[in-house]
Ligand binder design. Structure first.
Ligand code: TXA
Ligand code: MG
Length: 350
């Protein structure tokens, strides 16, 4: 049998890129200690340099350890990339890693400026996918990996999506991603001044993070977890925070149930993909003609899982408009609402 993970380790050690599966989306990985390899990520993606990358780290051996030893094991792992690791980071690592959470921490001295975009902080994540974990264990180092898509385009959730984006790239096929959208990013680098801040919503919610930090620290006043959208503080650069992102080439318009669909973009469209939540309601608006109906799960976890594959497959057909029902307002929908709003802004531009 061919040892594909072994081949990937060799490819990465020689300074080349590999497409890797994670539970969120596929990543375009390079050796985090090799500046030439890191520069290939920016060139391949067409991503402006200065946009920082996440370093993916291996899971320490935690079996048979008591709670204190587990914290110490995470601390040792984190200290390879971050300095002054706060206890909050250890609590979150123990609660959510391996998993869809990225922490922003003050960077260790050795972290390349190519990774941090010249900032004093670094993003770190331990992904929860058996192939990624095995690769990281055998690689025995950190892997810098953004989502494996051209800059601004839809993130890939299957190996085939990555091949479509980057023909010829070695891609480890780990099946379709469980989560389907990118990790939650929490900034722990300014705990003294602004407290923990969510920079990008994801599968791990603000409430879950809040619960772990406030319960275990036995705080009198609960810690506040601010979202970037409500924060008034200056925030570090996050490319996912550009408003146009995760976008299909086909124009995408979000609509709410109570909105009239009688506008020019919709009237002029000749072939519409009408995507709506599986909420038992029928499509009634007579002003929309020539549409094909697509029903997506009316549940934030299932919708996240299906979202990017749905957008990619619609983008491959000849629709001139994707009319997408906006998810409800509840906080459990924050992450998919975030991705869909950005997709709408960036859509139809190329
Ligand atoms: O789920 C994920 O996070 C996926 C998988 C592959 O792990 N990765 C991912 O990477 O979404 P990327 O590069 O597409 O998005 C990472 C985001 C970017 O918006 C980047 O700006 C932000 O993380 N980021 C990385 N380091 C940062 C730092 N030091 N400060 C602020 N933001 C940072
Ligand atoms: Mg990305």
């Amino acid at each position: 049998m061919t040892d594909l993970i072994g081949q990937a380790v060799q490819t990465l050690k020689s300074g080349h890129l590999v497409g890797i599966p994670t539970e969120t989306v596929y990543g375009l990985a390079a050796d985090a200690a090799n500046p030439i390899a890191i520069n290939k990520i920016f060139a391949t993606k067409g991503r402006p340099t200065g946009h920082p990358l996440i370093v993916h780290i291996a899971k320490p051996v935690l079996e048979k350890l008591n709670q204190e030893e587990k914290y110490a094991a995470w601390e040792k792992q984190l200290a390879l990339w971050a300095r002054d690791v706060p206890s909050e980071a250890l609590l979150l690592a123990e609660a959510f890693w391996p998993g869809p959470l990225t922490m922003i921490l003050p960077k260790a001295k050795n972290v390349l400026s190519e990774i941090t975009g010249g900032q004093e902080t670094v993003g770190i994540r331990c992904p929860n996918h058996p192939v990624a974990l095995e690769l990281l264990r055998r690689f025995d180092g950190g892997l810098a990996a953004p989502s494996a898509n051209k800059f601004g385009h839809i993130s890939p959730t299957t190996a085939e999506h990555v091949q479509d984006e980057f023909p010829g790239l070695l891609v480890l096929d780990g099946g379709a991603c469980e989560v389907g959208i990118e990790s939650t990013i929490v900034d722990l680098s300014r705990l003294d001044t602004v407290g923990p801040t969510i920079l990008r919503p994801g599968a791990i919610s603000q409430e879950q993070i809040h619960e772990v930090l406030s319960a275990t620290l036995n705080l009198i006043t609960p810690l506040e977890v601010r979202s970037i959208t409500t924060s008034t503080q200056a925030t570090p650069r996050v490319s996912g925070s550009l408003s146009a992102h995760y976008a299909p080439k086909t124009k995408l318009v979000l609509y709410r149930d109570d909105m009239s669909l009688n506008n020019d973009v919709i009237k002029q469209a000749k072939k519409i993909a009408w995507v709506h939540l599986d909420d038992g309601k029928k499509l009634v608006d007579k002003s929309v003609s020539a549409y094909i109906e697509f029903i997506i799960p009316n549940n934030p976890v299932e919708l996240a899982k299906a979202l990017y594959a749905t957008l990619r497959s619609l983008d491959k057909s000849d629709y001139d408009l994707i009319l997408f029902q906006a998810p409800p307002l509840g906080s459990e929908w924050d992450a998919v609402r975030d991705r869909l709003s950005r997709a709408a802004v960036g859509s139809g531009l190329i």
